[in-house]
Design a protein around this ligand. Structure first.
Ligand SMILES: [Zn+2]
Length: 457
C-alpha cells in the first residue's frame, strides 16, 4: 500500500519538479512558448517547402517541387495548344524558386491561377497588305487558300491572269485570341471589309430616292451615312456621303481579247472638170476591209480600267471610195441635173443677143396660147404681175444671184413670195405686152446681168 502510495508520491513529486523546472525555475521561456503557439498554427497551414512558379516578379502558383511545377506549366501550355490548334508562346520568362507552399495539391486550382496570370500568345499566320497585317489565319496553307480564292474571283475560271494591285505577303504573326477566321470568312472580309466613302452632289430635281437609285444603295443606308440629312430640303450642290463596302485588297485582271473588225473605207474626192459644180459621181465604190485585232484588257476588281490595242493583223485591206466632184460653173446646179429645165415644150424661135439693132435679153420659145409654162428651177416667186412690155410676167429667184423670167403669159398660177419646185406649173403662154403672137419670152439673169439662156437649158 505504501509502495503504491510511494510510487504515486514519487511520480507526483517528479511531475511537480518538471513543472518547476520549466515554468518555475526559467520564467523567460514561458513567454517564448506562448508566442510559438500562433506561429505553429500558421505553420500548420503549410505542409512543407515547395517550388514557386514565378512570372515577372510575381508568384503565380506553388507546386510541390521543381519537377511538378515545370510539369504543370508544360501541361497548361500543351492544353492551350491542343485547344487552339496553334503553337503557344509565353511572353515572359518563367522562373522557379523555393517557397512555402499552401496546403493544396489541386492541379486544377494551380492551372486556374496560371491562366489568370500568365501572359501568352498564339503563333498564327498573317496576311499582310503593303506591310500591314490585315487578317490572321491558322497557318500558311490556310493563307494560301485565301489568296487563291481571292484571285479566283476575277480569273474567269483560271483563264485570265490575276494579281494583286498591292503587295500581299503571308508570314508568321502572333495573336492573342485563339479564335481565327476560316478561309471563307477571311475571303469575305478581304472582299467586303473596307468602307469607302465618296460624295454625290445633289442635282436639280433630285430626290433622295433618285440619288439612292443612282448610287445603287438603299435609301436607309444613305440616311444612315448622312445623319444630318433632311430628305425634303435637299439643296442643289449639297454633298451627300455615299459609303459602301470596298475590298481590302484589289485584284488586277489582264487578258487578251481577239476579234475581227471591219476597217472603214475612206472617201477620196477627185476633181472632174466635166461635171458641174456640186455634181458628184462615184467613180469607185468603197468596200470595208477586215482586220484581226488583239486588245490587252485590264480590269480592277472586275471593272474595265484599260483596253489597249497591241496587235493587229490585216485580213483584207479596204477599198477606198473615189468620188468625182464637178467644178464646171453652171447656174442652178441645185436641181441635180445641173441644168435648168426647159420651161415649155417648143423650140427656140428667136435667140439671145442683137436683133434688128436691139439687144434681145432672152430667148423666144415657141408656144401656143395656153401652153403650160413650168419653173426652170426651184425657187421663190419674186413677182407675178404685168410689167410693161413683158406683159403678164413671172420672175423667180433661185438663189445665188440667179433669176429667171417668163413673159407674155396669158395667165399666171403663182403669187409673189410663193415657193416653187423645179418643173412646177407657173402659168400659161400668151401674147400680153409687147408681143407679135403667142410665145414664151424666157430670160436668165445672173447678178443683174442678162445671160444667154441657151447656155443653161
Ligand atoms: Zn423675146
Amino acid at each position: 500500500m505504501s509502495k503504491v502510495t510511494g510510487w504515486l508520491t514519487k511520480k507526483s513529486s517528479s511531475s511537480m519538479a518538471l513543472g518547476r523546472t520549466l515554468l518555475g525555475s526559467r520564467p523567460g521561456l514561458k513567454i517564448v512558448l506562448l508566442l510559438l503557439v500562433p506561429v505553429a498554427a500558421v505553420l500548420a497551414m503549410f505542409s512543407q517547402a515547395g517550388c514557386a512558379i514565378v512570372v515577372g516578379q510575381e508568384i503565380v502558383a506553388v507546386a510541390s517541387d521543381r519537377g511538378d511545377a515545370e510539369a504543370i506549366v508544360q501541361d497548361y501550355i500543351t492544353w492551350l495548344e491542343q485547344n487552339s490548334e496553334l503553337p503557344v508562346s509565353i511572353n515572359e520568362e518563367i522562373k522557379y524558386r523555393a517557397a512555402w507552399r499552401l496546403q493544396t495539391d489541386n492541379r486544377a486550382e494551380i492551372r486556374r491561377q496560371l491562366a489568370q496570370k500568365l501572359d501568352y500568345h498564339f503563333g498564327a499566320t498573317g496576311i499582310y497588305v503593303d506591310g500591314n497585317l490585315v487578317a490572321s489565319v491558322k497557318d500558311k496553307v490556310t493563307g494560301d487558300q485565301v489568296i487563291n480564292k481571292l484571285l479566283a474571283v476575277y480569273s474567269n475560271g483560271g483563264q485570265w491572269d490575276v494579281d494583286f494591285k498591292q503587295n500581299v505577303e503571308i508570314k508568321p504573326t502572333q495573336v492573342v485570341a485563339d479564335k481565327l477566321m476560316d478561309v471563307e470568312e477571311t475571303v469575305e472580309y478581304f472582299r467586303f471589309g473596307g468602307k469607302g466613302v465618296r460624295t454625290y452632289q445633289v442635282k436639280n430635281g433630285d430626290t433622295l430616292w433618285d440619288i439612292a437609285s443612282a448610287v445603287q444603295l438603299p435609301v436607309d443606308e444613305l440616311v444612315l451615312s448622312n445623319p444630318e440629312l433632311q430628305p425634303d430640303t435637299l439643296q442643289v450642290g449639297q454633298e451627300i456621303k455615299i459609303s459602301r463596302t470596298t475590298p481590302l485588297v484589289d485584284v488586277i485582271t489582264t487578258y487578251t481579247d481577239t476579234h475581227q473588225e471591219e476597217i472603214l473605207y475612206r472617201v477620196q474626192e477627185k476633181v472632174d472638170d466635166n461635171l458641174f459644180l456640186g455634181e458628184r459621181k462615184v467613180v469607185q465604190s468603197g468596200k470595208p476591209g477586215q482586220r484581226e485585232v488583239e486588245y490587252q484588257v485590264t480590269l480592277e476588281n472586275g471593272m474595265e480600267i484599260n483596253k489597249e490595242e497591241f496587235k493587229e493583223k490585216i485580213i483584207e485591206e479596204p477599198v477606198h471610195q473615189i468620188v468625182a466632184k464637178g467644178t464646171r460653173k453652171l447656174l442652178a446646179f441645185r436641181g441635180g441635173s445641173g441644168r435648168l429645165a426647159y420651161p415649155t415644150g417648143g423650140g427656140i424661135v428667136s435667140p439671145f443677143g442683137s436683133r434688128w439693132g436691139r439687144s434681145h435679153l432672152g430667148v423666144d420659145i415657141a408656144a401656143n396660147h395656153g401652153s403650160p409654162i413650168v419653173a426652170a428651177e426651184a425657187g421663190t416667186v419674186i413677182s407675178a404681175d404685168y410689167q410693161g412690155g413683158y406683159g403678164l410676167c413671172v420672175d423667180i429667184n433661185h438663189g445665188g444671184g440667179v433669176v429667171t423670167r417668163y413673159a407674155h403669159l396669158s395667165s399666171s398660177a403663182v403669187k409673189s413670195g410663193q415657193s416653187v419646185e423645179r418643173g412646177q406649173f407657173v402659168g400659161r403662154a400668151g401674147s400680153t405686152g409687147n408681143s407679135t403672137g403667142p410665145h414664151l419670152h424666157f430670160e436668165v439673169i445672173v447678178n443683174g446681168v442678162h445671160k444667154n439662156p441657151s447656155l443653161f437649158i
